[in-house]
Design a protein around this ligand. Structure first.
Ligand SMILES: [Zn+2]
Length: 306
């Protein structure tokens, strides 16, 4: 066997060999909304502290997780065209839904499997224990590709709420909705007090209440007056939109608008699930996985042997 002479720093050679191992562990992903392929590399020991920080400080969580995903992702197709994806490009050009796919890729590259789970058959309550492989969660219909010719950042779906009151000077309110990019999500989290985020999370396992959910998808808020002479009020300022929705939009209207938004955009939400056939009643069912929760659960178990 011919021994290799390292004429430069011996550590450089070792690092090269190690990075080729990391290459092998890279996991390919497809971001269906931004329509770009990516390669996710596994978490390193040095990421441990970042993940710990995310868990304890809820207001930094979204930004830190996005930074982690950005640092572990490469876009080979863009690289081959000499296109570099900057942090800013990433925040603005990737949809929040693409981020879920990246998290799946990071999970698959790092851990491969989820924690062993006890899964109940919804028909007969028979219990199955399974260690789910991350790859098993990606089904044929898990990802739906963005179908409009305009990129998601330029595609707006207006939802109108007509005011049915003769005394009101306002004719209607128009919520111009879009799929949110990563940047908007982070910006919105930045204006919500951390105590509120914590309360939302404790109540509903989600950082956003319906007010914030609606704010995150409304990129323009418009008030149209009955008087045709009077110009519409329009704002695209996130703080103003948040304040208006929080103080002026009643819960039923907010729910109604969100429902219309979901009808239009929900098909794009990535669905990570596994199919089972129950060994007792022989019926088929699916088991849905919350990837973000599973990811942190797996991380905590690895670190603290929980
Ligand atoms: Zn069953």
């Amino acid at each position: 066997m011919k021994s290799e002479i390292l004429n430069d720093n011996p550590l450089a050679g070792v690092l090269r060999d190690l990075s080729s191992i990391n290459e092998i562990r890279n996991h390919e992903i497809y971001c269906p909304i931004a329509k770009v392929r990516g390669l996710m590399s596994p978490l390193h020991a040095s990421d441990d502290m970042k993940l710990k920080t995310m868990i304890v400080s809820i207001d930094l969580y979204d930004q830190e997780l996005s930074a982690l995903l950005y640092n572990h992702c490469r876009f080979p197709e863009l690289e081959s065209q000499n296109i570099t994806v900057s942090w800013k490009d990433f925040l603005e050009g990737m949809s929040y839904l693409d981020r879920q796919v990246m998290l799946w890729g990071l999970f698959a590259a790092t851990y491969k499997t989820l924690d062993p789970q006890t899964i109940s058959c919804p028909y007969c309550s028979n219990e199955i224990t399974d260690t789910i492989h991350a790859n098993d969660l990606l089904q044929d219909d898990s990802l739906v590709q963005w179908e409009h010719s305009d990129p998601f950042t330029e595609y707006t779906f207006p939802i109108e709420y007509v005011i049915e009151s003769e005394t009101s000077a306002i004719d209607k309110v128009v919520f111009h909705t879009q799929l949110s990019n990563i940047s908007r999500h982070i910006e919105l989290l930045g204006i919500i007090p951390s105590e509120k985020l914590r309360q939302n999370y404790e109540k509903s396992n989600s950082l956003f209440s319906s007010t914030e959910e609606l704010t995150s998808v409304t990129t323009k808020f418009e008030i149209v007056y009955k008087d045709p002479e009077k110009e519409s009020f329009v704002t695209d300022n996130l703080r103003q939109i948040h304040m208006l929705i929080q103080t002026q939009v009643t819960l039923d209207v907010s729910e109604d608008v969100l429902e219309k938004f979901d009808d239009h955009f929900n098909k794009y939400v990535p669905r990570f699930y596994k199919k089972y056939e129950c060994s007792t009643c022989k019926r088929d069912f699916t088991y849905n996985v919350n990837l973000e929760l599973s990811f942190f659960r797996r991380f905590l178990r690895g670190r603290y042997n929980m």
